[in-house]
Design a protein around this ligand. Structure first.
Ligand code: FES
Ligand code: FES
Length: 162
């Protein structure tokens, strides 16, 4: 089937197998290897991207379902050489070790912060519960998300896009 998808601001038209998962389309066809596969069964969240501004586990969606839609991956966040505030907060709060979960964590956090601009710890923990990390114990991830919230609030600098 022929699909046209906007990915990180660029339109791509490709012929794909109907069974192709979005995550494999992004990685294998477009070379967007920042989106990673941790489980392939919708459990770990490592493959999280945004589709029309909302987080989606890209191993749970077919590429053909993205036809005509706007996909953002971790690789589309930095602008003009400047990290997205959530990326910067993860860096500054040491919210990663091996980094495997980090792309999905950051995409999920951005979606969470769009709905909860000033989340308490409980809101962060429950909003991020679909994203697993084997390394950090989550403490610094929670800290980073709340720190990012402060950076993204109006008056804290250029407000980040969803
Ligand atoms: Fe998609 Fe684990 S690879 S949820
Ligand atoms: Fe290693 Fe999260 S930093 S899985």
């Amino acid at each position: 089937m022929r699909i046209t998808v906007s990915v990180d601001g660029t339109a791509y038209t490709d012929d794909v197998e109907p069974r192709l998962l979005l995550v494999h389309y992004l990685r294998d066809k477009l070379g967007k290897v920042g989106t990673v596969v941790g489980c392939d069964t919708s459990n770990c969240g490592a493959c999280t991207v945004h589709v029309d501004g909302h987080s989606v586990k890209s191993c749970s969606m077919l590429a053909v379902q993205a036809d005509g839609r706007e996909v953002t991956t971790i690789e589309g966040l930095a602008r003009d050489g400047k990290l997205h505030p959530v990326q910067q907060a993860f860096h500054d709060n040491h919210a990663l070790q091996c980094g495997f979960c980090t792309p999905g964590m950051i995409m999920q956090a951005i979606d969470l912060l769009a709905d909860h601009p000033d989340p308490d710890e409980e809101t962060v923990r429950s909003g991020m519960e679909g994203n697993l990390c084997r390394c950090t114990g989550y403490q610094n991830i929670v800290r980073a998300v709340r720190d990012a919230a402060g950076r993204m609030r109006p008056g804290a600098g250029p407000e980040a896009e969803r």
